[in-house]
Design a binder for this molecule. Sequence first.
Ligand code: CUA
Length: 153
Amino acid sequence: RYEKWWLTFGIGSLVLFLVIVGISAFHQGHQPPSSVKTINYEQVDKVAPFNEPGLKKVEGKDWDYELVVVASAFMYMPTEVEIPVGSTVKIIATTKDVVHGYGVAGTNINMMLEPGYVSEYVTTMDKTGEYLVVCNEYCGTGHHTMKMMYKVV
Ligand code: CUA
């Protein structure tokens, strides 16, 4: 009698384990950890928060500012931001056309912006200076002209 009970318990645990592994694999496969699917990437600059790109102070979060960026061939909106030194910033970025890069020179920030996805990265800017943002994914004839500037003051 006891053997049968243990066998049932064992098989039950195994099935439960496989279901949990299956569910988590499914979720990870469909949603990369740092990306959130958007509705229509060509219209993404018409919906919040991408209709108002720029740096915004936020309250009650683990970061001080949110920096909303929209990339398109061949520019970033906004083109320049002033960030108070020592502040923690969540970069929230997307593209409204093709794949663009988002690399901040002098930091380890190196994001890829994909149409239909929002890429996020939290960073603390603890040194003053000017940081040039460049595109590091080839995106067309104007690729090398894509630039943005962080002024950390
Ligand atoms: Cu955008 Cu290269």
